[in-house]
Design a binder for this molecule. Structure first.
Ligand SMILES: Cc1cc2nc3c(=O)[nH]c(=O)nc-3n(C[C@H](O)[C@H](O)[C@H](O)COP(=O)(O)OP(=O)(O)OC[C@H]3O[C@@H](n4cnc5c(N)ncnc54)[C@H](O)[C@@H]3O)c2cc1C
Length: 306
């Protein structure tokens, strides 16, 4: 019910105008999104890097339905990577890319070509790309594209979602030397046939996947704000003798900044996922709609910095 209301709101330009002008919204957006332009992204990256954090930048964009939109997204990433490199912010900053924003939904070949151009620019800039993971209907296509990209750009990162039943097996496949894998719980609404539904089941799956990645030969990127999972990550890092150059924690911009600083202070590598762009409305509303529990997630984040 709540999900339907949020989804309806996400499609309403009237609600968008209302939300965009509400004073509360400005605080939410400022807290979770770097700003509208490339300059804002650079400024926020500079601040985070100065605090000892690594960064992965996401150019917000959804509903890419034309080749022109996909090309514009690619070009924004190329521009961003050039500016990051010129500002000396690489390799601390890398980029996260959604294949759907590059045309995956209507032309997989185009999405691959665009992603390849971004990987080449990242390589030139001395940094990396991570392919965000979207809903389960795109998992195979995204992992196939990843495998192709890794032939020339082996440092291209994958994302695996612990809520999917298939993910333990995907972790085993991807736990090889040089393979960067971000492990997250998963943010989309998925059917029971493919995904665990209970939070406890998702958490247990996350721990099983974390064990596979941390005991393997790849480079695990533990993306979570969950204190219990972070503690388990720290424990496994000690157990498997993984120093800060052999795995990292990742969290979203604006969520638990004090915990991010605490981990940096304790010597861990922490990468902040930093979204920017004008399409913030879709970003925030889509997250809420995908998982109404995120209402509490954003609410909690506004109340707390811990
Ligand atoms: C870097 C990064 C990249 C991501 N990329 C993707 C992707 O490509 N695809 C995808 O599907 N999803 C992605 N996600 C989203 C992810 O799947 C989850 O939806 C999101 O991270 C929430 O899950 P969680 O592990 O943080 O735990 P949750 O289940 O949301 O929270 C667990 C516990 O964490 C604590 N907590 C959480 N937030 C706070 C807070 N603000 N203050 C205090 N305590 C808090 C609370 O104890 C809470 O009970 C990404 C997440 C991150 C961090």
């Amino acid at each position: 019910m709540l999900r339907s209301v949020i989804l309806a709101a996400s499609r309403s330009s009237q609600v968008e105008r209302l939300v965009a002008t509400a004073p509360f919204t400005r605080d939410v957006v400022r807290r979770f999104v770097a700003g509208a332009g490339t300059d804002d992204a650079l400024r926020a990256t500079r601040e985070l890097v100065a605090e000892g954090l690594a960064v992965t930048l996401d150019n917000l964009g959804e509903d890419t339905v034309t080749a022109e939109q996909a090309t514009a997204t690619r070009d924004e990433y190329l521009k961003l990577l050039g500016l990051l490199s010129a500002a000396g912010l690489t390799p601390a900053a890398e980029v996260s890319v959604k294949l759907s924003a590059l045309g995956q939904r209507f032309d997989e070949r185009l999405a691959y070509d665009n992603a390849r151009a971004i990987c080449a620019a990242a390589d030139e800039a001395g940094t990396t790309v991570t392919l965000d993971m979207e809903d389960h209907t795109t998992t195979d296509s995204t992992l196939d594209t990843l495998a192709r990209l890794r032939k020339d750009f082996p440092a291209t990162g994958a994302v695996l979602q612990a809520y999917l039943r298939r993910t333990e097996s995907d972790c085993r496949e991807l736990a090889y030397a040089g393979s960067r894998v971000r492990l997250c719980k998963g943010a989309y609404r998925e059917p029971e046939s493919v995904a665990y539904q209970a939070a406890r089941e998702v958490d247990k799956s996350y721990v099983r996947c974390l064990n596979i990645l941390m005991s393997g030969d790849g480079f695990p990127m533990l993306a979570t704000h969950d204190p219990r999972l972070i503690a388990i990550g720290e424990d496994r890092a000690r157990w498997f003798d993984r120093g800060p150059e052999r795995f990292e924690f990742q969290m979203l911009y604006g969520i638990r900044p004090e915990e991010q600083a605490r981990l940096v202070g304790d010597g861990y590598t922490v990468r902040t996922y930093l979204p920017y762009g004008t399409d913030w409305y879709g970003y925030l509303m889509r997250r809420l709609a995908e998982r109404p529990a995120n209402l509490a997630f954003f609410g909690r984040a506004l109340m707390s910095k811990k």
